[in-house]
Design a binder for this molecule. Sequence first.
Ligand code: NAD
Length: 459
Amino acid sequence: MTDKYTALVSRGWGRDVAKRLGLPQPVELRRYSSGDPLLPGPALLIGSGPSAGMLEAALSSWGVEVRREGAPNVAAPRAADDGARSPKIGAIVLVLDGIERPEDLSAPLLAAGHALRSLAPSGRVITLSRRASTQDEPALGAARQGVEGALRSLARELRAGATGNGILLAEDVRADAPSVLGSLRFLLSGRSAFVDGQFLTVGTSAGELPADPERPLDGKVAVVTGAARNIGAAIAKTLARDGAKVVAVDVPAAGESLVQVANEVHGTALQLDITRPDAGEQILQHSLSRHGRLDIVVHNAGITRDKLLANMDAAKWDSVIEVNIAAQLRINDSLLASEGFGDGAHIVSVSSTSGIAGNRGQTNYAASKAGVIGMVRSTAARLAARGGTANAVAPGFIETEMTARIPFAMREVARRLNSLQQGGRPQDVAEAIAFLASDGAAGISGNVLRVCGQNWMGQ
Ligand code: NAD
């Protein structure tokens, strides 16, 4: 499950040889570790106005040194001008919520471009802008949508583990709303290592930032399905690290490893096939009786039964739909109908880039994973009245036993087909889920966050 190539070309002679031969040059990504500084260098804040002031105040309060490129028509100094002496920039933050016409993009984007050569390895470029809407004047809509095109292209130009992502604000959401600052912190940190070319949409000002940013889930009870191994086990460990009490769910056949995971995270194990008609009641009952509450549900359990559609049989098709989406729908229905599923609950479902872009041999799987996206959008609307959220993460190529089974040549190509030129780790998916499960993301609902290193498939 390890990517030996990335380890080889990350340093020393391996790096030189790869460079000379023009081979892909993935680097070890900056990943979150407790106590690390938020960024590997100061932040360059491009833009002016109240939102820029709000972000500057937040960054400073997080211990980040902020350099301002205040006036939007003043370009940042070229990296070549100040030479190698100036320290590398940890992040470039572009405040674009005031733009009105496509022409307004020129000065801030060019200023960012001039600063790109000074960006540190695993640095960040982050845009803050307003979500385009059909109500916008056409020029305004063009400017706002333009940000998305520019950011996604810029992200593809970054090197050395740097990523580019954006935060989209609904019309009445201020730049200092909890979920805007929560998103900013997540995207700057090593928690978002494999999130690239993505946008988080903040729809409301709900939520609050955690008192302790290292334990954003303190006091919460979380259920994780498919927790016995790989991505599910990483989710259980990450939610527990962030302060949650975890109920680890998996099929009885995986009982031994399930208990190991549950013990490791000081949580409890629930042996349960999620396709059972009473799975929702069992989950709720276990959580309430053992831990007194239920705040977070992570639908991670999933299976593949790949075949070209021409060779697909009903058993393969139906089992994938049943585990990956029908069971989740039933569990959500029963939780939402109960009193015990608290107000302000967070549901996070694991989708897949196959559900967005499609994948040969995976019509059943893609139908189920696209179904997950449809489900979280509708569920988000239902949970809104109770202050809850429903979101999905869509992993791309993640280094697990599932992807280790792909034949070598195909696997080697698949893991390089993204801007970071490597596969992600289960931990990367878990970090995105932990963020979306936190109250610092309570203003984000109905989103699909890809954790795919900006895979070439789909958006
Ligand atoms: P995995 O097969 O290693 O683990 C899945 C877990 O779900 C297993 O422990 C399994 O026992 C459990 N499970 C399956 N059916 C169940 C049922 N009916 N009831 C309870 N538990 C059940 O898979 P993984 O690679 O860790 O993937 C986890 C999730 O991420 C899945 O939903 C998968 O589709 C998705 N995903 C994975 C990748 C990847 O690259 N590995 C990419 C995109 C999406």
